[in-house]
Design a binder for this molecule. Structure first.
Ligand code: FE2
Ligand code: FE2
Length: 206
């Protein structure tokens, strides 16, 4: 199946228009710098979740988290290579109000908290996946377009993995009810973002 068809099947509650892709690609170096931090944060998130398995022992948990962390570190290496090659530099700090907005919705309490963290991780992966599809589609720079296309597949795998883990942690019906709520919240949080050359920027005015 073509990438755009697969992206259209993602259960997102809002869609990123191609105009967003063209707008952010007008500043490719700034976009790459933001993207590098997102990969770093995704790697950190997996490393942080590594020892947070629920209950006594959770078969497959370590393998899942180390494999995500390894993928994200590889993405980070690729994106920094492209950034440096294009004359960019990495800043020392980075803000991601979109991810912060989602993290703020994580409930407290052992099981609810880990379920929500997995759901938030799945949501960020899924939105990134959708945006990589848009970027791969509209990007005229072949090297970048190929890079975004490859990331689309990888982040699709991560989204599915995090959601599957959430369903194993809690009762499936309750997890899916929470997932539905969080899908709505994700679209709202994203809609509140400022526009600009960032992976999770808003689409208003593009
Ligand atoms: Fe990644
Ligand atoms: Fe990922």
């Amino acid at each position: 199946m073509a990438m755009m068809d697969k992206a259209a099947e993602l259960p997102l509650r809002s869609r990123t228009p191609p105009e967003w892709g063209r707008a952010v690609l007008a500043e490719p170096v700034a976009l790459l710098a933001d993207h590098a931090f997102l990969e770093q944060k995704a790697a950190n998130n997996a490393m942080e979740l590594m020892t947070r398995w629920p209950g006594e022992w959770f078969p497959g948990w370590l393998e899942a988290m180390t494999s995500v962390a390894r993928d994200e570190a590889a993405h980070l290496a690729q994106v920094t290579r492209l950034l440096i090659k294009r004359g960019g530099r990495l800043g020392r700090g980075h803000r991601n109000p979109y991810a912060q907005g989602l993290r703020a919705l994580v409930r407290k309490g052992a099981e609810a908290e880990i379920i929500d963290r997995l759901i938030v991780s799945a949501l960020i992966e899924m939105r990134s996946c959708e945006r990589f599809a848009v970027l791969a589609e509209v990007c005229e720079d072949q090297e970048l377009a190929a890079f975004y296309g490859a990331l689309f597949s990888s982040e699709m795998g991560h989204y599915k993995l995090f959601l599957k883990l959430a369903q194993k942690v809690g009762p499936k019906a309750a997890v899916m009810a929470r997932w539905e709520q969080m899908l709505v919240a994700e679209a709202r949080v994203l809609a509140g973002q400022e526009p600009g050359p960032r992976m999770h920027s808003g689409t208003a005015g593009v």
